[in-house]
Design a protein around this ligand. Structure first.
Ligand code: C5P
Length: 248
């Protein structure tokens, strides 16, 4: 996939617009097999709306974010079944998801090329993190917006970590000092991210930061909130619903 991509010349032309813009991209082309349901995870219902709706709504409502791109699987039939009007006019839907999350993000960036400048910031956010708070997006933008490299929301590891053998027995306890759990949004300049994904060893890329790290850059960790967790298992939906209810 990546070998046939030639960056348009404009990536390298005007790389310093005075005011870079902020756009969001939400890969939502996964099957969510760990949810153990037929329905892809992004369409699981949470407080009466698909999981994806909650993530999209926070980003569309953010005053600094100008456009929100959703990357769906080609042939996705479900998106059109829901009402997205509450998300306003920033929403753009792209039917170009790939085999992996990284491929979906890469395809989405490529498809959105005409709408984004090389120096614009792209905030990539999981469809499966419905409890993102506006204040966390504000902090990410404030702490990363002046850098060249970019960064991501994350939380320091609080639990004691055990390394297991194949039989589920403890081999050893790992030091947790300096360990963080990566979240999303992850925020990188368009040009930096698309180049990193094009060159990356896709098999080892589970988030945008890991692709950028492979170029030798050091993305910044920005303190996030534990409530911005990824809905992965069916029981996570009840917890997410409680958090959203609590916020009213
Ligand atoms: O499966 P996981 O929870 O890691 O997926 C994280 C995000 O990546 C989800 O929003 C999911 O829909 C998306 N994804 C994708 N294309 C894939 C696999 C996952 O857009 N092929």
């Amino acid at each position: 996939m990546h070998d046939c991509y030639n960056p348009p010349a404009r990536f390298y032309d005007n790389l310093s617009p005075i005011m870079p813009r902020y756009v969001a991209l939400i890969p939502a082309a996964g099957s969510g097999s760990r949810m153990r349901t037929e329905l892809p995870k992004q369409y699981a219902l949470l407080a009466g709306k698909p999981l994806l709706h909650h993530a999209v709504h926070v980003l569309c409502a953010h005053p600094r974010i100008e456009q929100v791109f959703i990357v769906l699987a080609p042939g996705d039939q479900r998106f059109g079944e829901y009402d997205w009007r509450a998300c306003g006019t920033k929403l753009n839907v792209l039917y170009c998801g790939g085999e992996t999350r990284a491929a979906s993000v890469f395809n989405g960036l490529l498809a959105a090329n005409d709408a984004i400048d090389g120096m614009d910031w792209v905030l990539v956010h999981d469809a499966a993190r419905p409890c993102l708070r506006t204040t966390d997006v504000d902090r990410l933008i404030a702490e990363v917006g002046d850098s060249e490299t970019g960064g991501l929301l994350a939380v320091p590891v609080a639990d004691t970590l055990k390394r297991a053998n194949a039989g589920g027995e403890v081999l050893q306890t790992e030091a947790r000092e300096h360990l963080w759990r990566a979240q999303t949004p992850q925020m990188f300049r368009y040009r930096v991210l698309i180049e990193a994904l094009r060159r990356a060893d896709i098999a080892t890329v589970t988030d945008e930061s890991s692709a950028v790290e492979q170029t030798g850059a050091k993305p910044k960790l920005v303190q996030g909130s534990a409530t911005n967790f990824k809905v992965t298992y069916p029981e996570d939906l009840a917890l997410a619903e409680l958090i959203l209810k609590e916020r009213g």
